[in-house]
Design a protein around this ligand. Structure first.
Ligand code: DAH
Length: 349
């Protein structure tokens, strides 16, 4: 047993001496002191030793154990110090740096799409304006010619905020049309404005309806505007966003804040008006609501309807983007599915 201990000591001191990295030292440590390490298992043989033999072996065992532990500690220290020294003398060479691939961020496809719409209208002199997403009942409904109890309110059910008083009751705006009020109260005509922003509705969700969505709205007030300007602007938008040979049809519609009101249809970009399942075989797609601003709304904002007329016009960029990118469910845009979103981004095309 004595010889064995001396043998272990000299073998391992030798190994410790030769080791020149921390991981080699760790290996030596495990071979000695790990679960089945040579030093760990040795005391199992002690019960078979004679008493006087044990008197010698016991202290020798402790001595060898401490010697080896100390040797490993000292060598660890030396290896670390040597490492620091080489680091301190090493030349800084940027070429040796590993290239870490950049993870490039990008605009959400809807934001990208909206930016394109805004760019189109900036060229025509329309300025961008932001309206509040939380607004009063007055601005979202009443001044837009939708008094309380008006049946048209059924089209725009929303989330109300418990804020006391009646007329100034706060709500999440149901459309960007509230911005018409803010713009027209603030600016002297003539002006051309546009706004893009988030709207909210208490909706039954399906492939074409979300409770939270964006709208794009233009507000154009000048002398002698007519439905002809509206027709032109609608064509301008659809040609700019889709294809050049798209044609536009205005059909009569109803909105309390416009008179006359119109639904804007474009020839179906998928079947070129032949009829397909996307357009429900009608050959055209409804893309926007619009009209001449109602005289009451102009008056509510301090604009004389005898002198000025206005065009207002609202679309859902999400619905347009569905068509552009051939996406069958509006909700996928908010799905946070990065593969889907990256696939639609123009940067990845
Ligand atoms: N605010 C309407 C809606 O959300 C859309 C709209 C229709 C906007 C006609 C307008 C307009 O400016 O003139 O359904």
């Amino acid at each position: 047993m004595q010889d064995k201990l001396n043998q272990i000591k000299s073998d391992y001191l030798n190994q410790i001496n030769k080791a020149n990295s921390l991981s080699q030292l760790d290996q030596v440590f495990l071979r000695l002191f790990g679960k089945n390490g040579e030093i760990t298992i040795l005391p199992k043989d002690f019960p078979s030793l004679a008493k006087n033999e044990l008197k010698v072996i016991g202290p020798l065992f402790n001595f060898v154990k401490q010697e080896l532990e100390k040797a490993i500690d000292e060598k660890r220290h030396q290896v670390k110090e040597a490492g620091y020294k080489t680091l301190a003398t090493e030349e800084w060479n940027p070429d040796q740096l590993i290239e870490i691939k950049k993870r490039q961020g990008q605009l959400h496809p809807i934001s990208e799409f909206e930016k394109k719409i805004a760019d189109l209208f900036i060229k025509l002199g329309f300025q961008q304006f932001d309206g509040p997403q939380v607004d009063t009942d007055l601005n979202n409904f009443e001044l837009l010619n939708i008094p309380p109890q008006h049946p048209a309110r059924d089209m725009w059910d929303t989330f109300y905020i418990n804020s006391g008083g009646n007329q100034n009751k706060l709500l999440l705006r149901t459309h960007t049309s509230n911005t018409q009020i803010h713009v027209m109260k603030e600016l002297k005509p003539p002006f051309r404005m546009m706004t893009i922003g988030r709207c909210f509705r208490y909706e039954n969700l399906d492939a074409r309806h979300e409770h939270t969505f964006d709208q794009f709205e233009i507000i154009y007030v000048d002398r002698k505007l007519s439905m002809a300007n509206l027709q032109y602007l609608s064509e301008y938008l659809l040609k700019g966003m889709f294809v050049d040979d798209i044609s536009v049809r205005l059909s009569p519609g109803y909105y309390p804040f416009t008179e006359p009101s119109a639904h804007i249809f474009g020839t179906c970009v998928f079947c070129k008006s032949k009829g397909c399942k996307i357009c429900g075989n009608t050959g055209e797609l409804e893309l926007a609501g619009a009209g001449m601003i109602h005289p009451n709304v102009l008056k509510n904002c301090g604009i004389d309807p005898e002198e000025f007329s206005g065009i207002a016009w609202g679309v859902g960029p999400g619905r347009m983007a569905m068509l552009k990118y051939d996406v069958s469910d509006l909700r996928s845009f908010n799905s946070a599915d990065l593969n889907f979103l990256k696939g639609l981004s123009s940067e990845s095309k």
